[in-house]
Design a protein around this ligand. Structure first.
Ligand SMILES: [Zn+2]
Length: 620
């Protein structure tokens, strides 16, 4: 098992290019847009435990987690961009929570307001989940500002949880219905040095799925839904609610890193392979069904009804990055990249104000209006336009915290070897076992495969050669080199001085086929260039996109789509002549006509009104 150290985003500055624009958008627009929606809906007022007028059952059980993720996002923004006004907003929320915390350390706005007698009685009610997000937010805020009131509050809460779940055993259940606190406790341990927080994380992971953990509080599902069907070390497939699942798997990988537990590492590896080989969309989306927001069975990846929750793609990227620290293999960073640029990034509008919860791979607006004879229980399809807030609003603040801390994905190191997992315009400075190093990346990635890295102090460099890349070359100080490759990383030996390493990754347009077992994609291909998945939209290509054929031998051109601010692809394809007088059925004819097709990156779909969209198209 490897033991790579991740370089924290606080040591990495995204100072230009693709992700700088996204971080500017989050800091300048999204963060306060989410704040305003949360304020309007009473989420912040709820922290004062006054209830919400006219709504007897609010605050909802998950509201504190929304608030926590907003604070965590604000903390990551503050880490890089001091902003006294933003800090005051956070301080005021922290004051309210500290004020509302009970003498025994408990804090949860729903239970304290609505049903205080039912604390720690129902596994499915998100108490531990909210506590976990508050811990992550408190650590982030402490690291960004040095202020410790929030950190002390969550430590009192963690102490309370340890007492109730471990020492007294007075809670009516043993592990969270929605995982998250496991990861948070590891972070709290690192921040405070209190080893019992790590042990509490281990307790929650180890008890899951054991005989002791059995309970019957969920009436409508079975333990697979919350990953308690087997002890975690015996689990081999990704099951149940996809967000819960990847948060657990991430925690398993994290604990394996902390404790060297080989069985935990091996289980996490098997589960990761099950996802990456059989249960993941080409976009990195996971959890293909809205029923239970869950994984289903191998190769079941429907496009029109894809659930693919934003939080699940994001969670998969985090799980993958965690795996990269314990198992040297570029496929982890490949999967993180796939999710990051596609199924995750589609979740936020190009103006940063609106969000998707679900990320389908095909949209046909007609289907949303087809059930004309019923008023209820119409067939469910993902919404076609992003929204500013959801009743269950887990995704928006998760998206903002992810983008604000994207620098976490770039580097790891072990015994002086520096691994470059992602390519982004950036500069970084950090300590390794072999001394201080600095790396400055200059690149127009993901639109261009040329990456120049000015390195200083590095003796061994491992550059990820992305799985999508068939042809690449490398130079050091202008001289071509032929580095040896190990598990997807090109290894360069340097002398620790100042050098410029240039990596050129060929980025031709690639037609990608799915495994024949994915029935939904049979006879179809997806278009990729570099890490980006592309799609067709009705607004560019007319109606009936399922009839379009892309030509295997097409000439592609690359252009800039000014209206969207993204790179677009064009080629000639084929479609059948649309004759208004054509009968419903007729003998097969050769009536294909050339059609010029315009493709935009999948992440940019649904930014120009309701329109058809398709990823998997026919091929000729
Ligand atoms: Zn979500």
């Amino acid at each position: 098992m490897k033991h790579q150290q991740r370089v924290d985003f606080s040591k990495v500055s995204i100072d230009g290019g693709f992700w700088k624009a996204k971080q500017d958008m989050v800091a300048g627009t999204s963060l306060m847009a989410v704040y305003a929606r949360f304020a309007e809906t009473g989420r912040f007022e709820a922290l004062k435990l006054n209830g919400v007028e006219g709504q007897p059952d609010t605050p909802h059980i998950f509201w504190d987690s929304d608030t926590a993720k907003w604070i965590e996002s604000a903390a990551y923004v503050l880490q890089k961009r001091p902003n006294p006004e933003l800090e005051r907003l956070v301080d005021s929320l922290v004051d309210d929570m500290v004020e509302s915390q009970m003498p025994d350390g408990y804090f949860q706005s729903h239970f304290q307001t609505v049903e205080p007698e039912n604390r720690w009685t129902r596994r499915q009610d998100h108490e531990l989940y909210c506590a976990g997000h508050l811990m992550e937010a408190a650590v982030a805020y402490y690291e960004a500002t040095g202020k410790d009131a929030f950190l002390k509050m969550v430590c009192r809460m963690a102490d309370h949880i340890e007492r109730v779940f471990v020492r007294e055993g007075s809670a009516k259940f043993h592990s969270p219905g929605h995982e998250e606190i496991e990861l948070a406790l590891v972070r709290l341990y690192h921040c405070t040095g209190e080893r019992r927080y790590l042990e509490l994380a281990e307790y929650f992971v180890n008890v899951r799925g054991t005989a002791k953990d059995h309970d019957s509080s969920y009436a409508w599902c079975n333990p697979r839904y919350y990953q308690a069907h087997l002890p975690v070390r015996e689990q081999t497939t990704a099951e149940g609610h996809a967000v819960r699942a990847v948060y657990l798997y991430n925690a398993m990988a994290r604990l394996a890193l902390e404790t060297g537990d080989e069985r935990l590492c091996s289980a996490a590896k098997k589960i990761f392979n099950n996802i990456a080989d059989r249960r993941m969309y080409i976009t990195g989306g996971i959890g293909s069904s809205s029923v239970g927001e869950a994984f289903t069975v191998d190769y079941h990846l429907p496009n029109l009804t894809a659930y693919a929750e934003s939080c699940a793609a994001l969670g998969l990227a985090l799980f993958a990055q965690q795996m990269a620290q314990i198992d040297e293999d570029a496929r982890y960073a490949d999967v993180a990249e796939r999710a990051m640029y596609n199924g995750f990034l589609s979740s936020i509008s190009l103006d940063g104000k609106a969000f998707f919860y679900e990320n389908p791979l095909e949209i046909d607006p007609m289907l949303h209006h087809k059930d004309v004879s019923v008023d209820e229980n119409k067939e469910r399809f993902p919404i076609m336009q992003r929204k500013e807030v959801f009743e269950c609003s887990c995704c928006p603040p998760n998206i903002t915290r992810f983008i604000a801390s994207i620098g976490n994905f770039l580097y790891t190191h072990e015994r002086g070897m520096v691994y470059v997992h992602q390519y982004m315009e950036s500069s970084a400075r950090f300590e390794t076992e072999a001394g201080p190093v600095s790396l400055v990346q200059r690149t127009a990635y993901p639109y261009d495969g040329a990456v120049a890295i000015d390195v200083q102090g590095v003796r061994e460099l491992a550059l990820r050669i992305p799985g999508w890349c068939g042809e690449w070359s490398a130079m050091v100080d202008g001289n071509a080199v032929q580095p040896q490759c190990r598990r997807g990383y090109a290894l360069l030996a340097l002398d620790g001085g100042s050098h410029t390493v240039e990596l050129t990754l060929a980025m031709p347009v690639c037609l990608v086929a799915a495994n024949p077992k994915v029935q939904q994609d049979a006879g179809r291909v997806a278009v990729m260039r570099g890490p980006l998945v592309y799609c067709l939209e009705g607004v560019d290509n007319g109606a009936y996109l399922r009839d379009i054929r892309v030509d295997r031998a097409a000439d592609w051109s690359i252009g800039w789509e000014n209206g969207l601010g993204v790179q677009a692809l064009s080629c000639t394809g084929w479609r059948r002549r649309l004759d208004p007088a054509a009968p419903l059925y007729a003998p097969l004819q050769d009536d294909l006509e050339p059609a010029s097709l315009k493709w935009i990156p999948y992440f940019a779909f649904a930014n120009r009104g309701e329109t058809e969209m398709i990823v998997w198209v026919q091929v000729r």
